[in-house]
Write a protein that binds this ligand. Structure first.
Ligand SMILES: NC(=O)c1ccc[n+]([C@@H]2O[C@H](COP(=O)([O-])OP(=O)(O)OC[C@H]3O[C@@H](n4cnc5c(N)ncnc54)[C@H](O)[C@@H]3O)[C@@H](O)[C@H]2O)c1
Ligand SMILES: [Fe+2]
Length: 865
């Protein structure tokens, strides 16, 4: 709000200041006592205060009339009823002390605390009703309240405060919980605004009061003036609209901030509306009368003349030099339809008297624009209304008009206070949003006067263990392919598998006649290979994919199905980095697959046949897609298919499987379910891998290895992998090193790294103690590697890993793999960044610092553990 505040000098009169300090001190003492009250005591006090307000509503209205000389007595009584009865009805079942709300599912509790000492400024327009309202709200919230009334409403506000304090005190309200300052000068406000003992300012007033309170530099809630426009669309119920506006505009002679100020009426119904207004007792002014009244109502600077406030029609006409009938309820002032002329007219402003501006509107667009224009004259944030029976018009109006309350087919003055024509919260404090200098657009009530603490209990999200629906294993299990119910299956594989005659063998088990084969996949598959596969899928309109090959083939097939079924998705979007898989923004389709996916591994390593992951090469990067929608529908784990694996591939893939088991075992998502699978997988690998490596035809060893790879796959499908994979992915992609081999290089280093004291722990509620070192030791113990101490058992596991790597002749460093030092060093920064961004790192038990990632990468280059 652009109002310039001229701060009056704060008097230095010591006695004066001492007197004000006294108010604050007493309020402070009351606030301490108030904080000790429980809900029951508070509600008893609120009841007693409400009763006092109701019983004295008439007396207080009389006093307000006597003192302010404006408004309508009967309506002032009504306002007092609203401020007590409606408020009580709203507050009666509300908790305001201690735990007021709870969200068990999210383990959150909300605990209410009072603010302390609240300084309230009261308006001249609703003096007693606002006193009653603010007093009861402060009692409900256990705040001590100091009220500074408008200079022209000191006695009635004082009396209202006194009555409520007495009634409350009789049932336990601490003394001085409510105080009304009898000296309402600006200096008092300024002094108290800056008083260290005042915790909160709650202003109701004009733009200057709002701006001054906001400038005080302490928490405050300021609500300012309104200038409510009303748009009457041609679809409106005219009789209802007219009656509503008359009820509302005459309410307390319109000295209430949400009252209707300017009514914008569609051209087609303008005359009808005006006729109805006149039939119901309003008077249409001539242009000359309008101008005379406008001139009399405002000063040349546009300030409202105090003697017109809340006057009857007869009095107003008299002041402006013309005559109207006693029975005239509201004066209708025709205003220009031209928007510039309207903006320049004095009556575009708030008219706190029974004068309603009328604008004839040629279109909905013009009508809404005219209403916006009205709000722009000190009405932003407050209240507006639309009369229409056309939802599109109502929506357009609601989107365009910037007011905190938009009433549809209801009067604004009575409607905005809440509870009469709608279910809004009852209030005498209408938040005007930032547009009006308030920090809320709420119908302000008890919640705005509380400090609400959130008590949030630690939550450990539930975990899961998911496995694909069918897994067939052991030699000969390929036969289960016969159960596949598909009429147009397509085989996805690579040319080497085709060359070994495996694709042909698979065909025998399929009942369908012609089976198409796509054999364009290569190790570390690329997007282009996947796109080419999708084209063929579409050509043959396949209803099942049979992926037979290593991890590369299975991953390619997973991606093919994904992008075939959801062509609108992109790799870029689905592979966005994430911190927590459950909160990530990439959205995978939650669909029933149209195409079945059967995964038949021919290597014993990746576990891709059961896993939710697919690794794809994009340029020199490896991108991991992870989602359970990628899991194949059927896995056939037939070791006969692995007998042809050369030694190197046996070793690489076997170590990949071991890495899966050892990473899943210490992952932050490890669970007793996955632990069981990790241990058994490692157990099988330590025994069977050397045998399968030295004698590829050893079917027993091949069977154990094949099962072990799938078992490890089940573990990491649920617990995921870690830093080892995060390092292997970029290094493998950059230097063309097979996935398992890249894992082998880092495995000894990562084990020791995770076993040492972390410089940074991974925040994970389910991982409440750093158990990685213990878990390695436990695996060593179960596998029977011996050792007396925990450290010993852990070391023995690590030594067994080193020995296994040596046994299967894995190169131990990147240098051994032929990577040139210079090339490696040049690539280091990029590798470290890529490793840090790899999703696998998110489940590692410790967060690696970039510096540590670099150290591990360098260790992988030249050191053996
Ligand atoms: N999806 C997952 O969960 C997951 C997990 C780990 C690794 N991966 C990915 O899997 C890929 C590695 O898969 P991989 O290790 O199975 O290797 P691969 O699929 O790349 O195959 C390597 C080579 O071995 C050949 N081959 C496969 N089976 C054979 C057999 N029985 N006889 C003879 N030759 C055979 C292939 O034709 C290929 O030339 C990498 O891209 C890796 O990132 C995926
Ligand atoms: Fe892997």
């Amino acid at each position: 709000m652009a109002t310039v505040i001229k701060e009056p000098p704060v008097p230095t009169d010591a006695e004066w200041a001492e007197r004000l300090d006294g108010f604050v001190q007493r309020a402070h003492e009351a606030s301490i006592a108030l904080r000790k009250l429980d809900q029951e005591a508070v509600d008893r006090i609120v009841w007693a205060m409400t009763v006092a307000g109701l019983e004295n509503a008439v007396e207080l209205a009389e006093l307000a009339m006597e003192e302010t000389h404006f408004g309508v007595f009967e309506d002032k009584v009504l306002k007092n009823y609203i401020a007590t009865e409606f408020l009580y009805d709203y507050l009666r079942d509300k908790k305001s002390v201690g735990v007021i709300d709870e969200d068990r599912e999210r383990a959150l509790q909300y605990v209410a605390e009072p603010i302390g000492v609240v300084l309230a400024l009261l308006p001249i327009t609703n003096p007693t009703s606002t006193t009653l309202f603010k007093s009861i709200v402060c009692a409900k919230t256990r705040n001590a309240l100091i009220m500074r009334p408008s200079p022209r409403a000191v006695r009635c506000c004082g009396r209202a405060g006194e009555l409520l304090q007495e009634a409350g005190e009789a049932v336990g309200l601490p003394p001085n919980s409510l105080q009304v300052i009898p000296d309402p000068s600006l200096e008092v406000s300024q002094y108290l605004f800056h008083h260290p003992g005042v915790d909160f300012i709650w202003t109701t007033g004009g733009p200057k009061a709002v701006a001054a309170a906001n400038a005080a530099g302490k928490p405050c809630l300021s609500v300012g003036p309104g200038n409510a426009p009303v748009y009457v669309h041609r679809s409106a119920d005219i009789r209802m609209a007219v009656m509503d506006m008359l009820i509302s505009k005459t309410f307390d002679a319109s000295v209430i901030c949400p009252a209707e100020q300017t009514c914008v009426i569609d051209e087609e119904i303008y005359d009808q509306v005006v006729d109805e207004f006149q039939r119901m007792g309003a008077r249409l002014l001539t242009d000359q009368q309008t101008d005379a009244l406008a001139a009399r109502s405002f000063t040349d600077e546009g300030k409202v003349q105090l003697d017109v406030l809340g006057q009857s029609c007869v009095n107003l006409a008299g002041l402006a030099g013309f005559e109207v009938a006693d029975s005239d309820k509201v004066l209708l002032a025709p205003l220009p339809a031209d928007l510039d002329a309207l903006a320049a007219h004095p009556f575009i402003a708030e008219k706190l008297m029974p004068v309603l501006g009328l604008v004839r509107s040629p279109s909905v667009e013009h009508g809404i624009r005219a209403c916006e224009l009205v709000t722009e004259h000190f009405g932003l944030g407050h209240t507006s209304a639309v009369y229409a029976n056309d939802d599109e018009v109502i929506n357009r109006f609601s989107l365009a008009i910037r007011t905190g309350r938009i009433l549809v087919n209801a009067p604004t003055a009575v409607g905005a206070l809440g509870g009469v024509y709608n279910s809004m919260t009852p209030t005498f404090s209408l938040g005007c949003g930032t547009w009006g200098g308030s920090n809320t657009t709420d119908n302000v009530n008890y919640r705005n006067l509380l400090n609400i603490k959130t008590v949030s209990r630690r939550q450990t999200p539930p975990q899961w263990f998911r496995v694909p629906s069918d897994t067939y294993f052991n030699p000969g299990s390929l036969d289960s392919l016969r159960q596949l119910d598909a009429s147009r299956p397509m085989i996805v594989t690579d040319r080497w598998t085709v060359a070994r005659g495996v694709a042909e063998e698979v065909r025998h088990y399929l009942s369908a006649g012609a089976v198409h084969v796509y054999s364009g996949v290569e190790p570390e598959p690329t997007e282009a290979q996947i796109r080419a596969g999708i084209e063929q899928l579409e050509q043959v309109n396949a209803d099942a994919i049979i992926a037979i090959g290593g991890g590369s083939v299975m991953d390619a097939a997973k991606a093919m199905r994904l992008f075939h079924e959801s062509p609108q998705l992109s790799i870029r979007e689905l592979s966005l980095p994430f911190l927590d898989a459950r909160k990530r923004i990439a959205e995978f389709p939650q669909i029933d697959h149209k195409v079945r996916l059967v995964a038949i591994p021919t290597t014993s390593g990746t576990g891709s046949e059961v896993s939710p992951a697919a690794v794809i090469s994009v340029g020199q990067r490896k991108v991991t897609l992870v989602d359970y929608s990628l899991v194949p529908d059927m896995a056939i784990v037939d070791p006969n298919l692995t007998l042809t694996m050369p030694k190197e591939i046996t070793a690489d893939t076997g170590i990949d499987a071991l890495t899966h088991a050892l990473e899943a075992a210490v992952s932050i998502f490890a669970s007793p379910f996955t632990d069981a699978f990790c241990v058994q997988a490692a157990n099988l690998i330590f025994t069977a891998l050397p045998r399968a490596y030295h004698d590829g035809s050893d079917l027993e060893a091949r069977t154990a290895m094949h099962n072990a790879a799938t078992i490890a796959g089940l573990a990491f499908s649920n617990a995921f992998v870690g830093l080892n994979h995060a390092l292997a992915h970029p290094v493998g992609a950059r230097f063309g090193i097979a996935h398992g081999r890249a894992n082998a290089i880092f495995l000894p280093h990562v084990l020791r790294y995770n076993a040492s004291l972390p410089s940074k722990f991974m925040p994970a509620p389910g991982y409440s103690a750093y158990v990685a070192p213990e878990k390695y030791a436990e695996i060593g113990r179960i596998l029977g590697f011996g050792g007396h101490t925990e450290q010993d058992r852990r070391e023995r596991l690590f030594t067994h890993v080193d020995e296994l790597l040596a046994e299967v002749e894995e190169p131990r460093t990147l240098a051994d793999c032929g990577v040139k030092r210079q090339e490696f060093e040049a690539a280091l920064p990029e590798l470290a960044k890529a490793a840090f961004a790899d999703p696998s790192i998110r489940t590692n038990p410790r967060i690696p610092m970039i510096r540590e990632v670099l150290e591990l990468l360098m260790a992988g280059y030249s050191q053996t553990a």
